[in-house]
Design a protein around this ligand. Structure first.
Ligand SMILES: Cc1cc2nc3c(=O)[nH]c(=O)nc-3n(C[C@H](O)[C@H](O)[C@H](O)COP(=O)(O)OP(=O)(O)OC[C@H]3O[C@@H](n4cnc5c(N)ncnc54)[C@H](O)[C@@H]3O)c2cc1C
Length: 450
């Protein structure tokens, strides 16, 4: 039986380790932090539950439902009204249209673009494989759609710039709709007619969390892997080839060096960490990987001593287009989406700042961030500074990898490295998608090959 080492105890690493343990493999997970979970950390204080990283995922593939089933964990689906998303235009919130009538009525898009949308099925297919998300949407629908739908949507997912993200890497399903069916509308209609298998139907596209926060998923995975198989607080982990017989793993813990042999090594860390972990990889291949740019995000959890999510704001949250020129990227309403997250009649908000749009905000002092959040929440939602119970600031230096033009070379380099070094797998969000559902699917795909 092979001995397998997984580096990183975030969602990817823990899911891979859990699935491998389920198949009977001997697995050791190495983690530099004192706690597991990586980007996913749930906090509980004074009756409030709030997240440090992701607030929700989407059940966009069957593997998400299957993982929850295997763990015996229940998916907590968001309140049905949480399907509503708000977009800010000229300082006022408007719901993103969800059907033909609301699309025609919305003030978010110009009349010309609404008319152009009718002709979307007849537009020519794009020929540039590296076309950006903004260019594709402007070509097929129009600039007001880019400004008031694509821009805030990309900000909400990637904290990124739609002019820089390449559609076939960043939104591969959208890219395929145009390439395979010639149109988003025609493609969506034709795909909806394809008969779904029982497994396909597990991908409900519902927004999910776990009762008590996403930390519950991490806790269940940690238990499934077994605490004795996870080594935290390690430093200086590095892998070297052990001739033709797998790898030699070295790390430090409590001032002592630990060395052992491993048949398989799976990394799940960010691109910027790989050079120190894999010193035997050529500079050329490594450069193609470390070229990956990350968006820095400041996430601020705000507890409010009132239920401020009244009729106007009953939704998943609000996204702010770049054109609105504000300091915030958007605000989510987790206590509206999920139950038992706040003391009675209170609210908790997740405020996002920085991203590719405003990288400088990452270095602002806590005091400046706090004052900005207070001023923006007062302006955008009428939340009075005295109504705020607490503000917690979380900084994520390497929050979201940007699947830009360099991605093609990165994927090629990873494939080449894996081809040349049998038993080495480079996983994590540097490829195969950035969301939690993508991380879970990648883990299933990797473990299926064992
Ligand atoms: C602010 C924020 C908001 C997000 N919002 C959403 C959302 O709403 N929906 C969604 O689906 N996704 C969201 N995501 C993305 C989602 O959180 C990630 O896709 C997922 O958690 C990444 O898991 P991972 O295991 O691949 O990486 P990570 O969580 O980064 O885990 C990598 C692990 O490797 C460890 N590590 C690093 N270096 C070393 C080393 N040298 N030695 C040993 N260990 C090391 C790290 O400490 C970490 O624990 C968000 C991410 C962030 C940061």
């Amino acid at each position: 039986m092979k001995k397998i080492t997984v580096i990183g105890a975030g969602l990817t690493g823990l899911t891979i380790a859990y699935l491998l343990r389920d198949k009977g493999y001997e697995v050791t997970v190495l983690e530099k932090d004192s706690k597991v979970g990586g980007a996913i950390q749930t906090h509980v204080a004074n009756g409030y539950v709030f997240e440090e990283g992701p607030n929700t995922g989407v059940v966009s593939n069957p593997e998400v439902a299957e993982l929850f089933d295997m763990l015996g964990l229940k998916i907590e689906e968001a309140n049905r009204n949480a399907e509503k998303r708000l977009i800010l235009k000229n300082g006022r919130w408007h719901p993103l249209p969800s059907g033909a009538v609301s699309f025609l009525k919305t003030p978010l898009f110009s009349a010309a673009d609404k008319a152009k949308m009718m002709f979307e099925p007849f537009q020519k297919k794009g020929a540039d494989p590296d076309e950006s998300v903004a260019s594709l949407a402007a070509r097929r629908i129009g600039q007001s759609f880019v400004d008031y739908a694509v821009n805030p949507f990309i900000s909400g997912i990637y904290a990124g710039d739609p002019e820089k993200l390449v559609t076939r890497y960043a939104l591969p399903k959208l890219y395929r709709l145009e390439q395979d069916y010639g149109s988003f509308i025609k493609g969506s209609i034709q795909k909806s007619k394809i008969k779904k298998t029982a497994r396909d139907l597990k991908a409900t596209r519902k927004v999910f969390s776990v009762a008590g926060g996403l930390g519950g998923l991490i806790y269940a995975l940690q238990n499934g892997v077994g605490a004795q198989n996870i080594v935290c607080d390690i430093t200086d982990v590095s892998i070297n080839k052990n001739g033709d017989e797998g790898y030699c793993v070295a790390y430090h813990r409590n001032g002592r060096q630990v060395l052992y042999k491993s048949d398989v090594v799976i990394t799940t860390v960010g691109a910027y960490v790989l050079p120190e972990i894999l010193p035997f990889i050529s500079l050329e291949d490594m450069d193609a990987i470390t070229d990956l740019r990350y968006a820095k995000i400041v996430q601020v959890a705000v507890g409010v001593k009132k239920n401020v999510l009244n009729n106007r704001f009953c939704s998943f949250g609000g996204l702010i287009p770049q054109k609105e020129n504000r300091r915030l990227l958007g605000v989510l309403f987790p206590s509206y989406c999920f139950s038992q997250r706040v003391p009675e009649d209170c609210s908790v908000l997740a405020v996002y700042m920085g991203g590719i749009r405003h990288p400088e905000i990452f270095d602002w002092s806590d005091e400046r961030l706090k004052k900005t959040v207070e001023a923006e929440l007062s302006d955008l939602f009428g939340i009075n500074e005295r109504g705020i119970d607490f503000i917690h600031i979380f900084r994520h230096r390497h929050a979201i990898p940007q699947y830009e033009k360099s991605s093609g070379k990165r994927f090629e380099a990873i494939n080449k490295i894996e081809e040349e070094n049998k038993g080495l797998i480079v996983a994590g969000n540097l490829r195969n998608g950035i969301g939690m559902a993508d991380r879970i699917k990648q883990a299933f795909d990797i473990v299926a090959s064992f």
